[in-house]
Design a binder for this molecule. Structure first.
Ligand code: ARG
Length: 404
């Protein structure tokens, strides 16, 4: 103890990370705790959070503006990868962690800190993502994890905090555990812990209920360049504004709610509610454009790698050799993913109703048509099928002989 003088702490403003500040000082003998809060477009006011860390005893309190790199370097690659953990969760929380870890390490090195710290508990995925990302970026860096070690209940944590300048959470706090950023919200705990219970409407904040969604459908068109979304309805948008616009459109029509049982890295099944309207919409459109512009074999191979990519990202292996190698494959495929997709939004549904790629479509009308313009050579199918079916014919003949 007392071996760490200066520590940079990933700070969220919640009770656990706030209590980490006095705890690191008293129990670990840290002299200076520097709090680092990340702006990931969660829309919260960050100045009160910054001050809260100072009140809890931080010697410095910093805010890192990570919105643009979050979308450009993490969300867009996830769209190109059609990243869906277990086929359903678009990784909105998981994608933020390696970026926070990266900035944490940079700040620690800049300020000459001896260690970094985070307030994750020992039950979740986020501790894994932080620890492994930090290990990959700075193998020599020490990571202090007070909340994983202190063994205090929620009540004990709160009263420990109250003794050292961390106010107890105001009034009757929401029973839910919520994680929030520009890609969406994740909600757990409270009544959601009973997987039989339908989520009460109050758990949702950025998607409209089906009842309240507009009674008239809308059709929107999303355009992509090299697999990255670039415009909605013909209006070019920078990546951050594009995600915001997609969130508003899809969220307003009640699209993007997910209610799942998810398999955590630490072996626990947990019930999660997500709202990720824009990200899900963009993945849907992107998948559709790929179905028009990528060959059947590339699509099949890519979909296997997508599953693996999503598991790696979920499991904290954003910075890893396999993830890098899969990214190289994905990037190679995306050169041809240019064009646009038309989607109808209506009462909780997003339905693809059209797709178009002027230069990269592999859909050939002269091959697909049943009309007069058909250029497909029907008779050549015979020879193809003879050879295609040859193994079946041989197998059957041999089996019939054996039966006799
Ligand atoms: N289960 C999700 C994930 O691992 C989200 C967890 C976020 N935390 C929360 N308090 N809801 O990515």
């Amino acid at each position: 103890m007392g071996q760490f003088k200066k520590v940079v702490l990933a700070y969220s403003g919640g009770v656990d990370t706030s209590v980490c500040i006095p705890y690191l000082k008293k129990e670990y003998g840290v002299e200076q705790v520097i709090a680092l809060a990340a702006d990931l477009g969660q829309g919260e006011e960050l100045e009160p959070i910054r001050r809260k860390a100072i009140d809890a005893g931080a010697s410095e309190s910093l805010i890192a503006d990570l919105v643009t790199p979050f979308i450009e370097e993490f969300a867009f690659p996830a769209i190109r990868a059609n990243g869906l953990y277990e086929g359903r969760y678009p990784l909105s929380t998981a994608l933020a962690r390696p970026l926070i870890a990266q900035r944490l390490v940079e700040v620690a090195k800049d300020l000459g800190a001896d260690a970094v710290a985070h307030g994750c508990t020992g039950k979740g995925n986020d501790q894994v993502r932080f620890d492994v990302a930090i290990a990959a970026l700075a193998p020599e860096m020490h990571v202090l994890t007070p909340a994983r070690e202190w063994g205090m209940s929620r009540e004990e944590t709160i009263s420990y905090g109250e003794r050292f300048g961390v106010p107890a959470p105001v009034s009757k706090k929401s029973p839910y555990s919520i994680d929030l950023n520009l890609l969406g919200r994740s909600v757990e705990a409270g009544c959601l812990e009973d997987p039989r219970i339908s989520p009460p409407e109050e758990v949702y904040a950025i998607t409209t209920s089906i009842d309240d969604a507009p009674n008239k459908p809308i059709e929107i068109e999303i355009a992509f360049e090299s697999g990255n979304p670039i415009s909605i309805d013909g209006i070019l948008l920078n990546p951050v504004d594009l995600i915001k616009k997609a969130n508003l459109l899809a969220g307003n029509h009640g699209f993007g709610r997910i209610d799942i049982i998810e398999n955590r890295v630490v072996g626990i099944k947990s019930r999660e509610i997500y709202e990720t309207p824009g990200l899900l919409l963009l993945i849907l459109a992107h998948q559709e454009l790929e179905s028009l512009t990528l060959s059947a074999e590339v699509l099949r191979t890519k979909s296997q790698l997508e599953r693996q990519w999503s598991e790696l990202v979920y499991q904290g292996l954003w910075f890893s050799p396999l993830k890098e190698a899969i990214d190289a494959f994905i990037n190679q495929t995306q050169n041809n993913v240019n064009g646009s997709v038309k989607i109808r939004l209506y009462k909780g549904n997003a339905t693809v109703v059209g797709r178009h790629s002027p230069d990269d479509s592999l859909y050939l009308p002269s091959m697909a048509t049943y009309g007069d313009d058909d250029k497909f050579d029907h008779r050549s199918a015979e020879g193809f099928i003879y050879i295609w079916g040859l193994p079946s014919r041989i197998w059957s003949a041999v089996r019939n002989k054996q039966k006799k």
